[in-house]
Design a protein around this ligand. Structure first.
Ligand SMILES: [Zn+2]
Length: 397
């Protein structure tokens, strides 16, 4: 996209991060700016980085080709706070209630605790410790949660065990896919766990990304795209064994996996995820989705309708940039997050407004919340409002 400056600061991965085998690229989304940095100035000239996903045909770990350094991703401009999202607050309330009801109250470590939205539920019942390298750690400390302000690695796990002992529970939601070295990360989790401890790990599900053509889940923070099949292998290499796993609806389709110390792999039967054809067919489907979406939007504009976006989520940055949508097509993006209102979407520079004015047509950028929005926003639809939902085959409802 021409309005973005390109940077040479990303590092290209040549070999699989888990097993060192060669990689096969299967998805190229062009160049995109960082998805969680919202410029305050419309003429900002953000850096952009290639967004290319590759698969290892040996251990079937899908991974980004271009790695943006952590300090660039999670620097001072990093806006994401779990506690700013009503949907995530509720999601973590439910997870905390479940864990508190089913586990002993033993030492609990949350890796990537962000602002403490989840971990605060455990304080008062259990000794807790958060690990969080970004400035969100300050928000967690204000809530009285002790935080180690570093990136989690196996070396840090050794230090934590030395100081605090091993943990009965280790929680790591939406972080395994973000790290540089997932094997080292899981080895650290193994180090932290007591012999009878349980690790709860959640990540966006590659199976549903592929099946649902959810290409907007690809952004630079997501360095790895895990399936239960690839996690099973990674876990076994790290001294961990999957005890139990389930699908959740977080992020349009996530996996919640319980792991414990142990040897050997669980028997998992997902042959389609161990077949290169599955991956190589995605690019064409993604291009079809993009072209269909652009046609739907230009038809709305040709009919004189005003189109606005709904939800300035991180994934909206990928969708808007990959589909080359700007304020020419999308007049504004509505979002409830105070830190985003008044700023602009990354790269595409569409103004972000608080809810208030309704357009003729919303483009659903946070499409995993479409069901809730349709149930809640009756007045919009009763007044003739239209909603475009992207996906493998974009539709208007
Ligand atoms: Zn591999």
């Amino acid at each position: 996209v021409s309005y973005l400056a390109t940077s040479a600061a990303s590092v290209k991965r040549d070999a699989c991060a888990a097993c060192g085998s060669s990689l096969t690229e299967f998805l190229d989304l062009g160049s995109s700016p960082l998805a969680d940095v919202f410029p305050a100035d419309i003429s900002a000239n953000e850096r952009s980085y290639p967004l290319t996903v590759a698969i290892c045909a040996s251990c079937w770990l899908a991974q980004l080709r271009d790695i943006v350094p952590d300090d660039e991703l999670y620097g001072e401009d990093y806006e994401f706070r779990t506690g700013k999202s009503p949907a995530l607050i509720k999601y973590f309330n439910d997870l905390a209630a479940k864990l508190l009801a089913t586990q002993d109250n033993r030492f609990t470590v949350e890796i990537a605790c962000n602002d403490g939205t989840l971990l605060r539920h455990f304080t008062g019942y259990r000794p807790v410790l958060g690990v969080e390298p970004s400035a969100a750690a300050d928000n967690a400390e204000i809530r009285g949660i002790p935080v180690v302000k570093q990136l989690f690695t196996s070396a840090l796990a050794d230090e934590i065990v030395e100081q605090h002992g091993r943990a009965g529970t280790v929680i790591a939601c939406n972080v395994l896919a973000h790290v540089t070295d997932p094997l080292d990360f899981l080895r650290g989790v193994c180090t932290l766990l007591a012999d009878d401890g349980v690790a709860v790990i959640e990540f966006q599900d590659l199976a549903r990304l592929i099946a649902g053509c959810q290409y907007d889940h690809v952004y630079h923070e997501h360095r790895f795209y895990l399936s239960i099949t690839s996690l099973n292998r990674l876990a076994a290499k790290s001294g961990l064994r999957i005890q139990y796993w389930e699908q959740t609806e977080a992020q349009g389709g996530s996996l919640r996996v319980m792991l414990a110390r142990g040897n050997g792999q669980l028997s998992i039967n997902e042959p389609w995820l161990e077949d290169l054809t599955t991956y190589m067919s995605l690019q064409n489907r993604v291009e079809y989705a993009k072209n269909s979406l652009k046609i739907l939007i230009s038809d709305e504009l040709a009919d004189g309708r005003v189109v606005a976006g709904w939800g300035a989520s991180a994934k909206s940055a990928t969708l808007l940039n990959y589909c080359q949508l700007t304020s020419r097509e999308i007049k504004w993006v509505e979002d409830v997050t105070p830190g985003k209102i008044g700023k602009f979407t990354p790269g595409s520079h569409i103004p972000i407004h608080a809810p208030g004015t309704s357009p003729d047509t919303f483009l659903m950028l946070a499409w995993n919340y479409a069901g809730g929005m349709i149930r809640r926003d009756r007045a919009f639809f009763d007044g003739g409002g239209r909603l475009i939902i992207p996906g493998a085959v974009p539709v208007i409802v």
